[in-house]
Design a protein. Structure first.
Length: 564
């Protein structure tokens, strides 16, 4: 498995930052201005986090500015819901944009004027070819394209037609404004690309004021220039678009120096997909429960699952920046999540698959308060009180009637230490009529209490537990990887990536028993359930007053162990 960059990557050493610092040192720029330009047609995912951390990070490090700019040039797919979600995600990651958010739609009048200027220079024309005919005449990488029959229209005719397009006098798709560059160019993106298309769709900000909308390649570079962006940082798929980016800017009277586009490898993460189109399909088809489903790679899904923004930022720093595409092992993201939660999550106890244990050498009304530390490495977090009683729950998996060798948990006649409490011995196994184990009868060594005179007596296993009469009933949701194969996109032609969805990506456990302190857990509070993993409270999912917890991640990488 290859990964991008070193896990100890120093952000000041990557090739983009070297260029930026070189431009400052040479005096080319007095201030660095970057931008993060999402399309408001979906929710941001972990791949966008890499770009966010880069663009905002470079601006912060150089005491420059970073703009949040919405590329809202395709109203058919855009929605204010996405705008609001994107702003929330950027802020959640800990970044602040310069001034108010910018929008490409802020510049529609100016972009229209720039298009008119290209027409006046004889460098743009109105074309009547349909989308299908346009593609047929565009050529191939090894065959030159064919000139449009409308390429030689005069300037005045083009200006009149373009104005009629703006007024909505033509049907959708009937005309485009194209740049006049070179239909024989080896770069297919320079073969008279479309700059404007007719699209009679209500825009979420400008309403019905426009019947035409600029293409991304036209709007993006000019928005950069208008805002004074110094470095336009894009993923590698835009590398072939860079000559067009530069050509458009160079034809117009714009302040110099012009923005410089620099490309870096996008994030490709194992066991997931990064296409917003495919993520939208998962949402629309009900394969997941919305954009913020904790199984999704969206920032809202990761947030709801309990992942911290610090973990994502550390992950983005670790993978670094390169100029070649690679597949990043999802275990690297999981390592960053574990590392951060180990540092910040308080320790508690919960039993997910409970098995009742009756301690027969304690009276029925026995109640004792035991002290438990909240974090082993943070004494400032203090301790809490656990209720210990005659009836407790342990994990079903922590008992075996006929265990294999080296099974150091509870077995008939065997002993195990209860965390923070006593040594417990199994005396009897109670079964139902079908032979299923339903209860254990046990005894404790009253002298073995932690801190007691004989507490040094050793047993090989320690297990967690909760008091049966004081436990909080909860639902716990366990999550696994969304797909069963590492590269769900790299399938044979005709095979649907959705056929690789993991049917066990979410398991709901009812009747879980948690220690009493979790009854009032605040939304998004993160915990380590000792021996089980890291979990997050989710009040959004609470039903009938019963708390719901998501398992953010296990304590160790069980997939790596299985593969090994």
């Amino acid at each position: 498995m290859s990964t991008e960059g070193s896990t100890e990557n120093n952000p000041s050493q990557d090739f983009i930052r070297e260029i930026v610092h070189g431009d400052l040192a040479s005096g080319k720029h007095n201030e660095i201005v970057t931008r993060f330009p999402p399309e408001p047609n979906g929710y941001l995912h972990i791949g966008h986090a890499k770009s966010i951390c880069l663009n905002f990070g470079v601006a912060e490090e150089t005491k420059g500015r970073c703009h949040l700019r919405f590329d809202d040039t395709n109203p058919a797919r855009e929605d204010t819901e996405y705008v609001d979600a994107i702003k929330q995600d950027v802020e959640w990651l800990g970044f602040t944009w310069h001034e108010q958010p910018f929008y490409a739609s802020d510049y529609f009048d100016r972009l229209y004027g720039y298009a008119q200027e290209l027409i006046r220079q004889g460098k743009a024309y109105v074309c009547d070819l349909s989308a299908e005919a346009f593609m047929q005449t565009r050529g191939t990488p090894t065959r030159a394209g064919e000139n449009s029959p409308h390429r030689d229209r005069g300037v005045e005719e083009n200006l009149i037609l373009f104005e009629s397009m703006r007024r909505g006098e033509f049907d959708d798709g009937s005309k485009t404004l194209r740049a006049k560059i070179d239909m024989a160019s080896p770069n297919i993106h320079l073969r008279d690309p479309a700059l404007y298309r007719i699209r009679k769709v209500t825009h979420h900000r400008t309403g019905d004021a426009w019947a035409i909308y600029p293409m991304y390649d036209f709007a993006h570079c000019l928005s950069d220039a208008i805002e004074g962006i110094t470095h336009s940082l894009c993923t590698l798929e835009f590398e072939v678009h860079r000559p067009l980016y530069d050509w458009i800017l160079e034809q117009l009277d714009l302040p110099r120096p012009l923005p410089r586009q620099i490309e870096f490898a996008r994030l490709n993460l194992g066991y997931t997909v990064m296409s917003k189109r495919k993520l939208l399909q998962l949402v629309q088809d009900g394969d997941v429960d919305g954009w913020d489903d904790p199984r999704m790679p969206t920032l809202s899904g990761l947030r709801r699952r309990g992942v911290t923004p610090q973990a994502i930022r550390h992950f983005c720093q670790r993978i670094g920046l390169t100029k070649f595409n690679a597949l990043t092992d999802i275990a690297l993201l999981e390592h960053s999540i574990r590392e951060d939660l180990n540092r910040c999550a308080l320790r508690v106890m919960g039993v997910l698959r409970p098995l009742k244990v009756v301690i027969e050498n304690l009276p029925e009304d026995y109640v004792e308060m035991l002290e438990a530390i909240n974090h082993p490495e943070k004494p400032e977090e203090g301790s809490r009180q656990l209720v210990f009683s005659r009836e407790i729950y342990i994990e079903t998996d922590d008992f075996m009637e006929d265990p294999p060798k080296k099974f150091f948990r509870l077995q008939p006649g065997g002993e195990v230490r209860l965390r923070y409490a006593y040594i417990l011995k199994c005396e009897e196994v109670i079964k139902d009529a079908d032979g299923n184990i339903v209860e254990l009868r046990a005894s404790i060594d009253p002298e073995s209490k932690r801190g007691g005179a004989t507490s040094a007596r050793k047993v090989k296993g320690t297990i967690h537990w909760v008091s049966a009469s004081h436990a909080v009933d909860a639902e716990v949701r366990l999550y696994d990887r969304l797909f069963t194969q590492e590269e769900p996109d790299a399938q044979k032609e005709g095979k649907d990536y959705r056929s690789l969805l993991n049917p066990d990506s979410m398991v709901k456990l009812e009747g879980c028993k948690l220690e009493a302190s979790l009854g009032e857990a605040s939304d998004q509070t993160r915990y380590q359930f000792e021996r089980l993993g890291y979990f997050c409270a989710d009040q959004q999912s609470n039903q009938d007053g019963k708390p719901v917890f998501h398992r953010t991640i296990s304590l160790r990488d069980s997939w790596a162990k299985a593969k090994g």
